[in-house]
Design a protein around this ligand. Structure first.
Ligand code: SF4
Ligand code: SF4
Length: 447
């Protein structure tokens, strides 16, 4: 075990993991309808392989990846395709095409689903890559970047270390924690398979020190493999961001965008992604379900559910006993980087690690006050930006100045807004500046 404590910025936030952290993973069951968005990963939307009226089975491929950065989709259970129609995708915040499946309750497995094997020595690197591609694997920590693209890195890049991200630094969320506690051997197998797929010989499993049971389980499971070690990090948000993690564990600084972890010889994947690959290799089942923490003071019985991709949020909240009081906010993900939703009929996507419900009294807002130039937002920024200045430029429509102050480097972690004593919506203003700058760049590229 190594202790890692380096890294700049960030904030100490109460982790609130006790709410769902003691609850074992349970099956969420099958809802009345599943909505599989064709755009739920970074990259081009996938292309449907089925039509309305078709019967599908669990694990059957229903949409093909399109282009170099994309991921395919599979039916999470058996049933009938009701429609392929536009539906609101809550993470993207817009309407996109989706395959809607009405389950038949049989949960019948597609005949093409067959195990590859559980002996990594006997599975080639190309086979691992093919399974990753064909299983529709994406980063399950929230980013939903297609995993195959990470493994098939350009030959000129020398990658020496693979980091497995089990940090889960967002308050409340415990999906990764429970997966490591309950399925450590599967996570380690999947990690070794990812390393094989990427051709990387050294692996470090990264966990924050607020998850002692997960650390113990992962140390035990990785003991037989000298190429693996566990790094324990002190709890600090947003330690789990790729760049922050690489700096904290390896002391390497990823260059600003378009710089990537590959540029400093590193690949990072989430523990959920590793486990999904283990499942695909050992059983043949592609990515059709994931662990979701349904938690917060606003639900009756916080829990960790194994949910089918495409399950409506309202169904998951019902499974944990419904709201405990009048809900103030429902968030997909954690409180710092999650997406607030108004309608709980929307469905979860591959990258949904949590559904967080905060009661009304917890989100009642106090007025925004003028900046007092305390500098706390600057101290908190893990990217070493000047949030106070970027936000001020954005609020006054000086977008070029915001761009010069590196607005596009912001990872929207929310740490600056969290520490601001004047409750200034810094992240929101910076996000606005980023959207404006991105639109300007797109327009310039078209000319
Ligand atoms: S400026 Fe961006 S990266 Fe820096 S603390 Fe604020 S939200 Fe996080
Ligand atoms: S933390 Fe808030 S009050 Fe302090 S400098 Fe930043 S914006 Fe101003």
């Amino acid at each position: 075990m190594v202790k890692a404590k380096r890294g700049s910025g960030g904030v100490a936030v109460p982790d609130k993991k006790e709410l769902s952290g003691r609850m074992p993973i349970e099956d969420a069951g099958i809802p009345a309808e599943l909505t599989l968005f064709l755009s739920q990963h970074i990259g081009a939307p996938s292309k449907p392989l089925v039509n309305a009226g078709d019967e599908v089975k669990r694990g059957q491929k229903i949409a093909e990846a399109q282009g170099a950065v994309s991921a395919c989709l599979h039916a999470p259970t058996s049933g009938k395709v009701k429609a392929i129609e536009p539906r609101y995708q809550p993470v993207l915040g817009r309407v996109v095409d989706a395959i809607v499946i009405v389950p038949d309750g049989e949960h019948a497995l597609y005949e093409g689903v067959a195990p590859v094997g559980d002996d990594l020595q006997a599975i080639s690197q190309e086979k691992v890559r093919e399974v990753v591609r064909e299983s529709g694997l994406v980063g399950l920590g929230g980013a939903a970047f297609p995993t195959a693209v990470k493994l098939e890195h350009p030959p000129g890049k020398k990658i020496d270390t693979y980091l497995l991200n089990g940090v889960e630094c967002e308050p409340y969320l415990t999906a990764d924690q429970k997966l490591m506690e309950e399925s450590a051997a599967g996570v380690v197998f999947g990690f070794r398979a990812l390393m094989k797929g990427a051709g990387v010989e050294k692996g470090i499993i990264c966990i924050e020190d607020n998850k002692p049971d997960a650390i113990k389980a992962m140390e035990e499971a990785s003991k037989p493999y000298p190429e693996l070690e566990v790094a324990v990090l002190s709890h600090r948000y947003p330690r789990g961001g790729e760049k922050q993690l690489i700096e904290a564990v390896l002391g390497r600084e990823v260059p600003p965008p378009p710089g990537l972890p590959l540029d400093v010889g590193v690949i990072v994947s989430n523990v959920g992604t590793a486990y999904a690959l283990a499942t695909a290799l050992k059983t043949g089942l592609p990515l059709v379900e994931r662990i979701v923490s349904v938690t917060g003071e606003g639900v009756a019985r916080p829990a960790n559910l194994r949910a089918l991709i495409g399950t409506p949020v309202s169904y998951l909240i019902d499974r944990v006993g419904g709201f405990s009081s009048s809900p103030g906010k429902v968030i997909l993900g954690g409180p710092m980087m999650g997406v607030s939703i108004r309608d709980t009929e929307v469905s979860i996507v591959k990258g949904t690690s949590g559904v967080l419900v905060l009661p009304r009294e917890a989100v009642e807002t106090e007025p925004v006050l003028p900046c007092i130039r305390c500098g706390k937002c600057v101290e908190a920024c893990p990217i070493r930006l000047l949030p106070v200045w970027i936000a001020a430029y954005a609020e006054n429509d000086f977008m070029e100045d915001a761009e010069k102050m590196r607005a596009m480097d912001c990872i929207e972690c929310g740490a600056c807004s969290y520490v601001c004593p004047s409750r200034r919506p810094l992240t929101q203003s910076i996000r606005l500046a980023k959207a404006h700058i991105a639109a300007k760049r797109r327009a310039a590229a078209k000319k």
